[in-house]
Design a protein around this ligand. Structure first.
Ligand code: C2E
Ligand code: MG
Ligand code: MG
Length: 249
């Protein structure tokens, strides 16, 4: 099954079978406005129907296919953004995921910068999400890349923060704009220490002037708590599932 999917992937990109789904990020401290969205890949195969990322991202990560997909997603996101602006849309932020393999390409920064310029996308609207496992891979290189990306008008964020190796100490090394607290923090908030851990992380981020997004938020109770402890933004099914681009617009 994997071999077949892999062999079909490149042609599927050429046929534009990968679709952009967008999940809104809501600013819970300022009247619940939509501040932007995360772009998530869905493979709409004419033969197989809808395939979710869990069924192809881990597979693509075993080869260079993931780099191709990430670049495809970024270019399509810029294309969407251009038409969004031309239709008079608000300057929301739009985040794409970047895998570890993509980051280590020599032309990584140039590629993203060139595509952003190709579609005349303003500075500080396109956001790149890096998973925290990247930090452990090469801290120094990542720190340097973030400086470079900031200079070229990208927003940088750490995805799934707190899910793996603890990178608390590493936070001081990077000028990231945002950390996205992993969904797993919110799965069982009834554990005695669960709320304290989240509150301390958000407090730490605040001191470092890093914005916080809570991921996978599904209940009003979670939102009330997050609002009270000054979490900036929320992304989760409570407000919206990932939507087709037209629906998000
Ligand atoms: P992620 O970047 O952490 O994206 C958030 C995932 O959490 C999405 O899953 C989203 O649908 C899901 N989610 C959001 N809110 C909730 C909620 O309230 N409850 C629950 N149960 N889940 C929620 P999705 O779309 O299946 O994507 C899974 C992962 O696949 C993403 O995690 C990301 O790591 C990866 N991925 C998706 N698209 C791309 C891409 O274009 N490139 C790369 N490199 N990775 C991608
Ligand atoms: Mg993400
Ligand atoms: Mg995430």
């Amino acid at each position: 099954e994997d071999t077949v999917l892999e062999s079909e992937a490149e042609a599927a990109m050429e046929e534009e079978e990968f679709k952009l789904y967008m999940q809104p990020k809501i600013d819970i401290q300022n009247g619940n406005q939509i501040t932007g969205a995360e772009v998530l890949a869905r493979w709409l195969s004419p033969r197989r129907g809808l395939i979710l990322p869990g069924n192809f991202i881990p597979l693509f990560e075993k080869s260079e296919l993931i780099v191709k997909l990430d670049r495809y997603m970024f270019e399509h996101a810029c294309r969407w953004y251009r038409s969004h602006l031309e239709q008079g849309g608000r300057p929301v932020s739009l985040a794409v995921n970047v895998s570890k393999a993509g980051l280590f390409q020599n032309d990584f920064v140039d590629y993203y910068t060139d595509i952003k310029a190709k579609y005349s996308i303003p500075d500080r609207v396109m956001e790149l999400e890096f998973t925290e496992s990247i930090l452990a891979a090469d801290t120094e290189l990542f720190a340097e890349l973030v400086v470079n990306l900031n200079a070229r008008g990208f927003i940088c964020s750490l995805d799934d923060f707190g899910s793996g190796f603890s990178s608390l100490g590493l936070l001081k090394e990077f000028d990231v704009d945002t950390i996205k607290l992993d969904r797993r923090f919110f799965l069982d908030m009834s554990k005695p220490k669960a709320e304290d851990v989240v509150e301390c992380l958000i407090d730490l981020a605040g001191r470092l002037k890093v914005k916080t997004v809570a991921e996978g938020i599904e209940t009003q109770e979670q939102i009330d708590f997050l609002k009270q402890i000054h979490c900036d933004m929320v992304q989760g099914f409570f407000y919206s599932r990932p939507l087709r681009a037209e629906e998000f617009e």
